[in-house]
Write a protein of this length. Structure first.
Length: 158
C-alpha cells in the first residue's frame, strides 16, 4: 500500500475539517481516494469494509456535495443584486440582453460575453433548457462581482 496516497495528508492539504464540512470523515476519505483513481475494492480493503459499503459512502458523499453546491447557488441567488426571471418558451438568445440591461441598471458588470453567458446558462440549467428554448422557469442572478448564478424556479414563483 505504499503506492497509495496518504489520505490524511490529502485531507489536511485540502483543508478538510469534519466539524464544519457537510461530509463525514469517512466520506471525505473515500472521495479523496476515488478522485485519485483508487478502486472501490482497494478502498474497502484499506478501510476494512465491503466494496458495497464504499460504494454507498461514495454515493452519499457525492449527494452531499451536490446539495452543498445547490445550497450555495441558492444563497448566492438570494444575495445577488441582479435577478432576472426567465419564463418558459423564452429563446435563450434573448436572455443575454435582458441580463446586460438589468446589470446596467444596477451598475454591475457581467463577467461573460453573450455566447459564454448563453452556454453557462444552458449548462447550469440542465434539462430546463433544450436547444435554444427555455423549457422551465429560470432565475438568473448576477453577484456584485459579476458572477452569474442559474437556478430552476418553480412556476408558482412567477
Amino acid at each position: 500500500m505504499s503506492d497509495e496516497p496518504d489520505v490524511d495528508e490529502i485531507l489536511h492539504r485540502a483543508g478538510f475539517c469534519a466539524e464544519t464540512s457537510v461530509l463525514t470523515r469517512r466520506q471525505a476519505e473515500v472521495l479523496a481516494l476515488r478522485e485519485r483513481g483508487v478502486a472501490q475494492t482497494d478502498i474497502a480493503d484499506r478501510l476494512g469494509t465491503s466494496r458495497a459499503n464504499v460504494s454507498s459512502v461514495e454515493a452519499s458523499a457525492r449527494e452531499n456535495v451536490r446539495k452543498a453546491h445547490e445550497t450555495v447557488a441558492f444563497a448566492e441567488t438570494l444575495q445577488a443584486p441582479v435577478r432576472i426571471e426567465v419564463e418558459p418558451n423564452t429563446d435563450l438568445y434573448d436572455v443575454p440582453s435582458r441580463v446586460y440591461d438589468a446589470c446596467d441598471e444596477a451598475g454591475v458588470k457581467v463577467n461573460h460575453a453573450a455566447p459564454e453567458l448563453m452556454k453557462r446558462i444552458s449548462d447550469e440549467a440542465g434539462n430546463a433548457v433544450e436547444g435554444r428554448g427555455v423549457r422551465t422557469p429560470l432565475l438568473i442572478g448576477v453577484t456584485h462581482d459579476g458572477e452569474v448564478t442559474v437556478r430552476q424556479s418553480s412556476p408558482e414563483e412567477f
